[in-house]
Design a protein around this ligand. Structure first.
Ligand code: ARG
Length: 602
């Protein structure tokens, strides 16, 4: 529908221009050209679109808005291109112009979508600059936690949408593989488990996490240990071969553990950890000094922030780029990363949009480093830096997610738990329905639905709000859940099996013919897909896509419950089968962009 909306918008602009040539010329001259204010209709009774531009013109033209609307409508009705798209417009309320597309235009649009594997979503022109999605990004030698899981799921979905639009996407895993934590860990291991530093897999990750906890405790309480750890970091950062080898071993171990999760969830990521930016840290600080941004504050090198609007001093704490002991920190690395990501290749990635997916707790960190990077002049004029924050994952009690015994939940166990629950539900359902299925089928359904449920639960809530992790809710067969959507796909696959060759799309009627309100509701919902994708691409909110797909399934189910399909006569039968096919295609593509594969049976 975006294509049609664009066409309508230019027709409306033409009509405005012809109805009020002087006002249009004057507005253009003043640098504020007249606007149509075309948007979707606020209610289905009003048609497909409404144009509210007449209201804003009332004052400059000194005319009643309804009179302005009538003049525009008169021009529209004299335009054959407009009449080919729309029914005669209606003027409503104070002067809104309501536009309803012609039934043949809608039906032709459905036919066009059926023949288009992109379902009406345009591709960006080839040669577009890369978009970076920085997501997942767990920390080495620490456990990957539910926050990282959320980042992984949301980031993957955003990357899929951007890739589908044709952007070259760099999916970067900014793992925490540098800094004080290694100093502590290596110092501690040298004393208690030296074999871990020279032999691969001498300890497993669970032990490593425990060692890390012990090291941290010692670091916080023991001054000598602290000094040793700091020296160890310096050694590592200078490239001491023994420290480097120990570091490599520790990283590999965590990496393999993370990979289990990525494989289970079908996530592709390119690891480019904090250590990658180590060689650039000195230059970053030097650049900031040259730009006159650096201030020494109690021995630390900082950049003081300013208010985004007025440029006056900000209340926010300064961004520290070099600690008084000479060490760099998280913010310095992020500044180096920004500089590298926007820099023109081969010096950097040449990106134009960089997206960070982390919990909302890091919002001020990103606001700070984004500002510093901008003031340092590292962001091209059309460069976009966006933090995509999300809320906390909570248990059903509203508290931090914990196991029964009070420990942090291991992600692999969480995913396995969803699959097991799903399998138990499925076996119960099969028994009730007296259905026989083989083990391979049961395993496939349980894995697909279980993982889909975890992903969808995460993606379908507005990501800013905290979200309560509940197997019961995410696995429910009704409501805004993955099983409900997957079931709609299965239902349509069943119709297609029973409908034979023409249901498979061998030959849908030309033109398609619809009369029932349920059919039109489904047509209109289907045709929104491209607009929804455009919105997700812009606002980075996967829950918009979820809501859309949920509503599509509901509209489809209403249609299928109330209107005969296979028993109808032609051309209604074929036209309705076409709607079934397009619904399935849209659900499959949409779920695919959420990282969720579909099933033919479940
Ligand atoms: N490792 C960080 C954490 O676990 C997330 C990193 C996010 N990306 C970034 N460029 N800072 O919280």
């Amino acid at each position: 529908m975006l294509r049609i909306a664009h066409a309508l918008n230019s027709q409306l602009l033409g009509a405005l221009e012809r109805a009020f040539p002087e006002a249009a010329a004057a507005a253009r001259q003043a640098g504020a050209p007249l606007e149509t204010q075309l948007g979707p209709a606020s209610k289905p009774e009003f048609g497909d679109f409404q144009a509210n531009g007449a209201l804003a013109l009332a004052r400059p033209l000194r005319l009643a808005p309804r009179a302005i609307a009538s003049a525009i409508v008169a021009q529209l009705e004299a335009d054959p291109a407009f009449n080919a798209l729309c029914m005669p417009p209606e003027i409503a309320g104070p002067g809104f112009i309501n536009l309803t597309l012609r039934p043949d235009v809608l039906a032709a649009e459905v036919s066009r979508r059926l023949a288009d594997p992109r379902l009406g979503v345009p591709s960006v022109a080839p040669g577009a600059a890369p978009v970076i999605v920085d997501f997942s990004s767990p920390n080495i030698a620490k456990e990957m936690h539910v926050g990282h899981l959320r980042s992984t799921i949301i980031g993957d979905s955003l990357a899929r949408v951007l890739e589908f639009r044709g952007h070259p996407v760099l999916r970067l895993n900014h793992v925490g593989d540098w800094g004080t934590q290694f100093g502590m860990l290596i110092t501690h291991l040298k004393q208690v488990a030296p074999e871990a530093l020279i032999t691969a897999d001498a300890v497993d990750l669970g032990d490593l996490v425990a060692f890390y906890r012990q090291a941290k405790a010692r670091f916080d309480s023991d001054e000598a240990f602290q000094t040793q750890s700091r020296e160890e970091v310096v050694k590592l950062q200078r490239g001491d071969p023994v420290s480097r080898r120990a570091w490599q071993l520790l990283c590999n171990q965590s990496r393999r553990e993370f990979q289990l999760i990525y494989d289970a969830l079908d996530i592709r990521l390119e690891e480019r950890g904090e250590s990658f930016y180590n060689p650039y840290l000195e230059t970053v600080v030097a650049d900031l000094a040259t730009a006159g941004l650096l201030v020494s504050d109690g021995g630390a090198q900082c950049v003081f922030l300013v208010g985004e609007e007025d440029g006056t001093a900000s209340q926010a704490p300064p961004v520290i780029v070099r600690k008084s002991d000479g060490g760099f920190n998280y913010a310095t690395t992020d500044l180096a990363a920004i500089r590298y990501r926007f820099a023109v290749p081969p010096a950097g990635d040449g990106a134009r949009r960089v997206i960070y997916v982390t919990d909302a707790g890091q919002a001020s960190h990103f606001a700070g480093v984004f500002q510093v990077a901008r003031r340092a002049g590292w962001i091209p004029v059309d460069g976009r830096l966006e933090h995509v924050p999300f809320g906390l994952v909570q248990g059903e009690d509203g508290k931090k997610l914990k196991t029964r015994s009070g420990e942090t939940v291991r992600l692999k166990e969480l995913l396995d738990g969803a699959v097991e629950r799903c399998e138990a539900d499925l076996r119960r359902r099969l028994a009730e329905e007296e259905r026989q299925e083989d083990e391979a089928f049961i395993a496939e359904v349980a894995i697909t639905v279980g993982l889909a449920a975890v992903k969808y639960a995460d993606l379908s809530t507005n990501r800013i709000t905290n979200y309560q992790f509940s197997f019961d809710r995410m696995l429910a067969l009704s409501g805004n859940t993955a099983p409900y959507l997957l079931y709609a796909v299965v239902r349509i696959a069943g119709i297609a099996r029973r409908g034979g060759a023409d249901a498979a799309g061998a030959a849908f009627p030309v033109p398609l013919v619809f009369d029932e309100p349920q059919e039109w509701a489904l047509v209109r919902q289907l045709l929104q897909f491209d607009a929804v994708i455009a919105e997700v691409e812009e606002e980075l909110l996967p829950n918009r896509l979820c809501t859309y797909l949920f509503e599509l399934s509901q509209v489809f189910n209403r249609f299928y419950d109330q209107v005969p399909v296979l028993k109808a006569d032609e051309p209604a039968r074929g036209s309705r089968l076409a709607l079934c096919r397009l619904t399935a295609d849209t659900l499959k593509l949409g779920l695919g962009l959420l990282g969720i594969p579909t099933l033919e049976r479940m």
